[in-house]
Design a protein around this ligand. Structure first.
Ligand code: SER
Length: 595
């Protein structure tokens, strides 16, 4: 059989749906736009949720794309044959246009026609929803597959556990019909079906009949007005299956990274299980690292949210590289290869090329510093431990003081034949989080909590943005909302019109000019009355006590605020507006990042 590559599969899938009058849309950012419940985009349909719920899509009712996704829930499984943190997903949608009949015909044609995947019909199995209180038994799909030519022995009814798809606790959902490739493995028993994990049936595609929605957690599942179709094909898994590979690491978007790691370490990938696992973890984590840093909304390593996931990915890679005797900085080569491989499909990788490398190296430097202290500390902890169990409080201290993610402590413990008291660790961790939350609220009365350096920079950038908005659009412009994450700032302000492109450019240029002038950020404690008299801008006045902090940035900005702030504008890097949109009547919203 001819070898399939991820590039070829992408081309075939999108061409097929283009022929069926679908429009191709670009992959959305890994940072979800309208969903605060998860850190990353986790499925192809994720960015399309508003449209599945009825909003009209500018490109029409038939869409196709490939989407970059990150799932971190399985991070501990990475290293086996199939789990990945970053993956790509092909998807097609009917937004209230065609439904089951057409998509099942399309699916069959794409899988079996010689112009497309050309799979023999006898190698295909499918599953259909067996029905429950939310939705009836899907006899339509069963009969349709039969008419199309799938043998009844290869059509299975399965329960919601297998054939009901939902993005999360709330949102659009529905029964699905999944397609499987039948391998040469014999059935594992009489009951063998696509529901078991014996390896006979490997999933390649999923057609979800997204005609339902759950509005709140544990709430009822209700029918949607528009009946949508959402299909998703995991690119890595499908290419692996189609080629008959033993693991996903054999495919074109991962294998070259493994080969580079072999060269760098002088070890063979299949030398022993430990080496195989380590190389897979590094290859996976560096791929995810490249995509997160190089996203159109880049995330930088930090101790919160997405930044923390990124930090763990980089630090784990370094840790496993160390075991293979690979110098951490040499991993840059692998990152460069990933940029090169993916840059045509995800152009932000090109634009962010030097930033990706700089930030990657910076994080390694920082980790190296803490690592040498931490390893010494770990040896001490080991000596003090009883019954070969690493104390949970000591493990927490390793995290808190030495920057050791728990999993690194676990790995080190495991290697030395120790276990870690994880329960105690998690208790301590939760206690710590509660304490820091409480103290943040205390310190940052302005409501902009966050001790991280990156937060401080965004905070200062927000002041500059308000100052420049007032300068150009009038002193009656005020803050109507502000939200800072480690990845971006979001600022809402009152103005009764859209800002034009050239006006956004003007704001960006002016802010970058101030950044480049290396202006000190000065904090002064004073009375509210005096602060106001000095012309300081303040928004949440009722929240301030009698004493307030006034932050000044040269002559440009003077604001009452709880901080924290950068100490000099030069720390901010480069300011870039990524979005300007309406927020509510008379209020616009700007999202901006520091690069
Ligand atoms: N949403 C479904 C999935 O992720 C199909 O796109 O599998």
């Amino acid at each position: 059989m001819e070898k399939f590559t991820t590039k070829k599969l992408k081309k075939l899938f999108t061409s097929f749906f283009l022929e069926k009058q679908h429009k191709q849309i670009a992959s959305a950012s890994l940072v979800p736009d309208n969903d605060g419940s998860v850190l990353f985009t986790t499925a192809g349909m994720h960015p399309l949720v508003p449209y599945l719920l009825g909003k009209s899509h500018p490109e029409g009712k038939r869409l196709v794309d490939f989407q970059k996704c990150i799932r971190t829930s399985d991070i501990d499984e990475v290293g086996d044959k199939s789990h990945l943190t970053f993956f790509e997903m092909l998807g097609s949608w009917s937004l209230g246009d065609y439904f089951k009949n057409e998509i099942l015909e399309y699916s069959f044609e794409f899988l079996t026609h010689k112009k497309w995947l050309n799979l023999p019909i006898y190698k295909l199995a499918v599953s259909c929803f067996e029905g429950d209180k939310n939705s009836p038994k899907d006899t339509f799909s069963y009969n349709k597959w039969k008419t199309l030519g799938i043998k009844e022995e290869n059509i299975f009814y399965l329960p919601a556990e297998h054939n009901w798809w939902a993005l999360g606790e709330v949102g659009p959902c529905g029964p699905d019909s999944e397609m499987f490739y039948i391998t040469n493995k014999a059935p594992c028993g009489k009951e063998c079906s696509p529901a078991c994990s014996c390896g006979r049936y490997l999933e390649i595609w999923n057609d979800v009949f997204m005609g339902y929605v759950r509005h709140k957690e544990n709430g009822p599942i209700v029918e949607l007005e528009s009946k949508n179709v959402d299909t998703g094909m995991g690119i890595e898994r499908t290419v692996c299956v189609l080629n008959g590979y033993d693991s996903v690491y054999e495919i074109d978007s991962l294998k070259p990274a493994i080969t580079m790691l072999e060269k760098l370490s002088g070890k063979k990938y299949d030398e022993n299980e430990k080496v195989t696992r380590a190389m897979r973890i590094i290859a996976d984590h560096l791929r995810a690292t490249t995509m997160i840093l190089g996203d159109e909304i880049p995330t930088l390593p930090s101790n919160v949210g997405r930044g923390y996931v990124l930090r763990r990915l980089i630090r784990r890679s370094v840790n496993f590289a160390r075991r293979l005797n690979i110098d951490a900085f040499a991993l840059e080569q692998v990152v460069l290869w990933y940029i090169d491989f993916f840059k045509e499909d995800y152009t932000s990788l090109q634009n962010n090329h030097s930033m990706i490398i700089e930030e990657f190296k910076k994080e390694i430097e920082q980790f190296n510093k803490t690592l040498s202290y931490g390893l010494k500390e770990f040896e001490k902890v080991k000596l003090q431990s009883k019954n070969m169990i690493i104390d949970g409080i000591a493990a927490f201290r390793l995290y808190d003081t030495f920057g050791f993610p728990m999993e690194i402590t676990k790995e080190l413990a495991h290697e030395a034949g120790y276990t870690v008291d994880e329960k105690k660790y998690h208790e301590k961790f939760a206690e710590h989080q509660e304490k820091s939350r409480a103290s943040n609220t205390q310190v940052f009365k302005g409501g902009l909590a966050g001790t991280d350096e990156i937060y401080a920079k965004y905070h200062t950038a927000t002041h500059l943005l308000l100052a420049c908005l007032r300068k150009h659009f009038g002193n009656d412009i005020n803050q109507r909302g502000s939200n800072i994450t480690a990845e971006r700032l979001r600022f809402d302000f009152n103005i009764n019109r859209k800002l034009e492109k050239h006006e956004l450019q003007l704001l960006e240029d002016e802010i970058n000019k101030i950044i480049n002038q290396k202006v000190d950020v000065i904090m002064r404690e004073t009375s509210l009355k005096e602060a106001k008299e000095s012309g300081a801008v303040g928004i949440f006045e009722d929240k301030y006590g009698d004493k307030v902090f006034v932050y000044s940035i040269g002559d440009f900005s003077k604001e009452i605020c709880g901080g924290p702030h950068a100490s000099n504008t030069s720390e901010l890097g480069h300011f870039k507006i990524i979005k300007e949109e309406s927020c509510s009547a008379g209020v616009r919203r700007i999202k901006a990042i520091l690069q």
